[in-house]
Design a protein around this ligand. Structure first.
Ligand code: TRP
Length: 324
């Protein structure tokens, strides 16, 4: 039997290259060798977007279309919405009883976001409980592995500790999950910060050619370089970071840049061409998928059925262990 994996993403709408190189590319690979459950974490979106929920539904569909666009395969993986499998809420409730407040308050992502995000009031109980809900997602499917980026490691550790605490009280019912750490590339945004929708510095997975050309032109380059013949510094250059992702001859480019043999304008033009070539099949696939949203809903409905069956089994055991 293949090991089981659960992973999820909050529905933020159309996905960008940071999502692709940071997670999705890996999902497409692991679906071959793991029994995968890929979840739209729409209740998680609610933890911080409770005041305006108008976009969550459309964003979920847009996100799933991008999953399918890059090759996440509903014949290999179970694709479903968290909010359609109510057992997530039930296990979340039970886990919340054994979640020490201090653990949650000390969570680094919690502290950081509370400080950083000024545009929303995050002093709500659900936001504090974010890692508890995430633990419920994973434990409900007895997933051995969770592919996570570094930013989610603290949450996974929380799930592990919570599992031990739960099992201590009620018996060996839940399975302690392990991180599935894979090498992923860090993708900078156009302005060199981390690529993120909220920074407005991203390039979509299925970005049009025109947009790619426009965006590559705005990429941050080496400010110390004035003339094309000046020696460049590829290490800190966003354009070069993208050559590393899209240009198989990036080593040659590095030398050319350092030697002042190529100017930034030409370097960007070549990058844009390579990126357009890469995204072209994604643009086509996405347009095709957009024509039949009903088919996407059908995939989610089949996923819901499969996920529900597994979740129901676990909850039976959980209720029994609590002597309910
Ligand atoms: N917290 C994850 C993120 O923001 C999304 C998520 C929700 C998740 N539940 C999960 C990831 C369970 C892995 C496993 O990216």
């Amino acid at each position: 039997m293949n090991k089981r994996v659960l992973s999820g993403m909050r529905p933020t709408g159309r996905l960008h290259l940071g999502h692709y190189f940071g997670a999705l590319k890996n999902w497409v690979t692991i679906q071959e060798n793991y029994e995968c459950f890929f979840m739209v974490a729409d209740w998680h979106a609610l933890t911080s977007n409770y005041a305006d929920t108008s976009e969550i539904k459309d964003n979920s569909i847009d996100m799933v279309i991008d999953w399918l666009t890059v090759g996440v395969d509903p014949n290999k993986a179970v694709i479903f919405r968290q909010s359609e499998v109510k057992e997530h809420a039930e296990l979340f409730l039970i886990l919340s009883m054994v979640s020490p407040l201090g653990w949650l308050q000390r969570c680094p992502t919690y502290k950081e976001q509370l400080k950083e995000i000024q545009s929303k009031d995050l002093n709500n109980y659900g936001f504090l409980g974010y890692p508890v809900l995430m633990a419920a997602d994973i434990l409900l499917y007895k997933a051995q592995n969770v592919p996570v980026g570094e930013d989610q490691l603290a949450h996974l550790e929380y799930s592990r500790e919570l599992t031990r605490r739960f099992n201590n009280f009620y018996g060996e019912v839940l399975l302690e999950p392990q991180a599935l750490l894979t090498k992923t590339a860090r993708v900078p945004g156009l302005d060199k910060r981390k690529m993120s929708k909220s920074y407005g510095n991203s390039i979509l997975i299925a970005e049009s050619e025109d947009e790619i050309v426009k965006k590559v032109k705005t990429m941050y380059t080496d400010p110390a370089r004035i003339k094309a013949t000046d020696a460049g510094h590829p290490e800190g250059c966003v354009v070069f970071a993208f050559h590393e992702l899209f240009n198989k001859n990036f080593e040659t480019r590095k030398q050319e840049c350092k030697g002042g043999c190529i100017g930034c304008v030409k370097c960007k033009k070549e990058l844009a061409e390579l990126m357009c070539e890469f995204t072209k099949p994604f643009v086509e696939k996405r347009n095709e998928l957009l024509k039949d949203k009903a088919a996407v809903e059908k995939i989610l409905d089949e996923g819901r059925q499969k996920a529900s069956a597994e979740a129901a089994e676990t909850m039976k055991e959980v209720r029994k262990s609590l002597k309910f």
